[in-house]
Design a binder for this molecule. Structure first.
Ligand code: PSU
Ligand code: MN
Length: 357
C-alpha cells in the first residue's frame, strides 16, 4: 500500500503540474508565441474533455469553402459529445490552440494567403520566424496538443511510409512524433496513398501501440474498411476471450476501453502516443474500392511525372489528383471518415476525463 500510495501521490503531483501548465502564463516559456483560446483554456483548467483538431486538412487537404464548413462541422461534432474542440494552427507567426471563426476562415480561404505553410515539426520555428500562417499536420498538431495537455486528437489520415519509401526514405514525421507526444490519435488509419504494411512495421519499431476501433480487426485502408493487415494478437476488451481466439489483432470496441488504454499507457510513464484506427463508416465502403483505383493511378502518375520526389508537396498533389479522378467522390468519403473520428475522439476524451476524476 505504501508503494501504491507513493505512486498515486506521484501521479497526483504530475497531474497538478500538467494542469498548472495549462494557461499560457504558466507555460515553461511564458513568452512563447502561443495563444490558447479562452474556451480551451477554461476547459483544461476545469478538467473538461478537450479534443485537438488539425488544420493541414483545411489549408492543403480540402478546397475552399468545403474546408471551412468541414472544420466547423468537426468542431460541432466534438461538442455534441460533451468535449471542447481545439482546432490548432499558426496565424501571423503565433501558434493558436483553438481558433476563432474568423481565424479558421482566414486559413481556409487560400485566396487570402496563397503562401500558407504546411507545417510539420521542422517547419514550426521557421514559419513563426517569418510571421507566416500555417496549417499544422498531425506531427505539429501532436506537439501543440501535448504542450497544452490535450490528450485526444482526431483526424482523417495519419502520414506514413510512402510507397517506395524504402528507397526514397519518404516517411512522414507524423510517425516519429507519436513517440514523443502522450496523445491518443484517432484516425481512419493512414492515407490511402501510402504503404500500409511498412507503416505498421515502422510504428512497431517505434513502439507506438496501434489498435483498431470497432468491429473490425483489420487495420483500415482509409477509403475502405479493410486492408488485409491485422495489427496484433488478441482482444483487449476481454482477455479471456482473447486467449480463445487466435490471431485476432489488438482492438478496442468502445470509448471507455480506448480511454482505459490511454490511461494505462501514461500511468506507466510511457510518454508516447497511441494510434486508434477507426474505419470509415460502412455505407461508404462500396464507393471506396473505386476510389482506391484512382489512388493507385495517382500514385503511378506521381512516379512517372516526378511529383513523388517533391517532399511535402507529394501528399497535397496526390490528394487533389484523386479528387479530380473521382470527380469529387473522394472528398465525400474523406468528410465521412473525418466526422466519424471526430465523434469517436470526443467520446474517448469524455471517458478519459471520467477515469481521472
Ligand atoms: N489526410 C488527408 N488530408 C491531409 C492530411 C491527411 O486526408 O491533408 C495531412 C495530415 O495533416 C498529415 C499530413 O499529417 O497530411 C501528412 O503529410 P506528409 O505525408 O507530407 O507527412
Ligand atoms: Mn513526406
Amino acid at each position: 500500500t505504501i508503494l501504491t500510495r507513493s505512486i498515486s501521490t506521484c501521479l497526483a503531483r504530475k497531474s497538478q503540474i500538467s494542469s498548472a501548465r495549462l494557461s499560457t502564463a504558466t507555460l515553461a516559456h511564458p513568452n512563447a508565441p502561443l495563444d490558447i483560446h479562452p474556451e480551451v483554456q477554461e476547459a483544461l483548467a476545469t478538467n473538461k474533455p478537450v479534443v485537438a483538431l488539425e488544420t493541414t486538412l483545411v489549408t492543403h487537404g480540402f478546397p475552399y469553402p468545403t474546408n471551412y464548413s468541414l472544420a466547423s462541422d468537426l468542431e460541432k461534432i466534438v461538442r455534441s459529445t460533451g468535449s471542447v474542440p481545439a482546432t490548432i494552427g499558426i496565424i501571423g507567426g503565433r501558434v493558436k490552440i483553438g481558433l476563432e471563426r474568423s481565424e479558421l476562415e482566414w486559413l481556409a480561404d487560400r485566396a487570402n494567403n496563397p503562401s500558407v505553410v504546411k507545417v510539420s515539426r521542422r517547419d514550426i520555428a521557421p514559419t513563426i520566424g517569418a510571421q507566416m500562417d500555417g496549417g499544422t499536420t498531425c506531427s505539429a498538431t501532436l506537439i501543440f496538443a501535448a504542450l497544452a495537455g490535450i490528450k485526444v486528437f482526431a483526424t482523417g489520415g495519419l502520414g506514413g511510409v510512402h510507397r517506395g519509401g524504402q528507397d526514397s526514405m519518404d516517411i512522414s514525421a507524423d510517425l516519429f512524433e507519436l513517440t514523443r507526444c502522450p496523445v491518443g490519435l484517432v484516425s481512419s488509419g493512414i492515407k490511402s496513398i501510402l504503404d500500409i504494411g511498412r507503416t505498421l512495421e515502422y510504428l512497431e519499431t517505434l513502439g507506438v501501440p496501434v489498435v483498431t476501433y470497432g468491429k473490425t480487426r483489420d487495420f483500415p485502408s482509409f477509403f475502405t474498411r479493410l486492408s488485409g493487415f491485422q495489427v496484433g494478437k488478441f482482444l483487449l476488451t476481454s482477455l479471456r476471450e482473447a486467449y480463445l481466439i487466435i490471431q485476432v489483432p489488438w482492438n478496442v470496441d468502445s470509448p471507455s476501453t480506448a480511454a482505459k488504454l490511454l490511461h494505462t499507457q501514461w500511468q506507466l510513464d510511457m510518454d508516447n502516443g497511441i494510434l486508434i484506427a477507426a474505419p470509415i463508416p460502412e455505407e461508404h465502403e462500396k464507393i471506396g474500392s473505386s476510389i482506391q483505383q484512382a489512388v493507385d493511378q495517382a500514385v503511378r502518375e506521381s512516379e512517372e511525372n516526378g511529383m513523388s520526389k517533391r517532399g511535402k508537396e507529394v501528399t497535397p498533389w496526390l490528394l487533389s489528383r484523386i479528387v479530380k479522378l473521382t470527380r469529387g467522390e473522394s472528398l465525400n468519403s474523406n468528410v465521412a471518415l473525418l466526422k466519424n473520428t471526430a465523434l469517436i475522439g470526443g467520446q474517448i476524451a469524455v471517458e478519459y476525463q471520467k477515469i481521472l476524476s
